[in-house]
Design a protein around this ligand. Sequence first.
Ligand code: ZN
Ligand code: ZN
Length: 469
Amino acid sequence: MAKYLMLLLITVFIHSSVFAHIGGHNAASSSDKIWENTRTKEKFRGSFLYATEKTVFIETIDGKLQEIPISLLSESGKQIVTFEKQRITSLNQHKFAQFKYKANNSEANNTNQQSLTYLYLLLLSGILVLSISWIYKRIIHVQPLFLKMGYGTLAIILFWAYGTACKKSSASSNTGTASNTGITSFTNNPLSMDSAFNPYKPAVTTSWNSNYFLIASNGLPSHNMMVGITAWQQQVPIPQAYTGTNAWSIPLNPSYATSPLSTKTNLMKGAVAVAVNGIPIFNALNNRGEDSYAIGELDQWGGHCGKADDYHYHAAPLHLQASSGLKPIAYALDGFAIYGNKEPDGTSMTSLDTCHGHAIGNAAYHYHGTTNYPYVVGAMKGKLSLDPSTTAPENQILPQAFTKPIRPAGTPLSGASITAFTSNGTNNGYLLEYMIGTKKGAIQYSWTSAGKYSFTFTDVNGNVSTQTY
Ligand SMILES: [Zn+2]
Ligand SMILES: [Zn+2]
């Protein structure tokens, strides 16, 4: 009987050790990274073990425990700590999400639950086989064929059977969809979100409540604008009141949509995301369904102005990576981060799904900006509230920050290309210059703190007109 018990224990051991890697097949790992203490300049190789609010504990490859204040880590080190903290949070939520699943019995094909079922079935069959063998040998005095094969063979068969079940579940969890991993909702860490906005403060200000991360800005970026536009509607950038109750709102507790809303047939009104410099990002298609970038509507930074003279991007503001590094360059209005052309850990971007993003391991879903359509978001991965007064394709997400036009909307100026855009030096006005053929035109404009605007238009024939609003 001792032998049987031993075999039973081996079977349980094999199963439990295999079980330890469920869900970890594609989880990013921080093992074997070079960590640097920027004060002492000391570098060592090791893996992330644990982090408190201010300190990270690293297990070095020679098995020693190293303790470093997070503030003294290099940028990439800080990035790993943030990533690992988020991973741990989402792992915990993963468990919670599974619990919720069981509670409302809404998802039948959860593969992690499937592999757990396999495991228990195999364990039960192992016990059954051993009990039958024992009865045969001790009571009926006949040794069954499978016992002649030996315990080792039996263990190998059980191991192989479980391995097959495990492979099956990991193959489907690699797709990383909500139904496969069991993850349905996430909690964004507002402090970690906030760090993405740091390079753009104080022009951008941030705050948060229990539901939303709020981004306030005047809608004017610190980079130049308008130069390079060849399809121009005669709109120019002016400040916007994206502040107070009209600040941009990013959900702190996003959840996956059952069927992500495609930006090809939806959301051609209003923004779909906000860049970390406080500039909204609109659908890659304009409100006529055309690829804004491809038809020359955008400047060298992927932006232009709407009917309210509101500057916004339609392409991915990848230029922000120069200041943002590996941090997100934007947040989508469904609550998921948008990274540039690298993964958060600095490695090359891996393949994207139809929404234009992916979930790596158990980490929250994120999008990526690219240089080709759909540039930013292909479909909204997260659940949305839509403005009930709008209809597809010109529907829009709520909450949304709104603009207030100060003058009637402009019309296309055929053949014009914008050649220069300069500040008037007092931060309250600009000079925009354009060419039609070899002839030059310009708009000079400024505003007062009370919101009074004066415009001087000089057309390509030299005619000058002024207008105040
Ligand atoms: Zn636009
Ligand atoms: Zn990614």
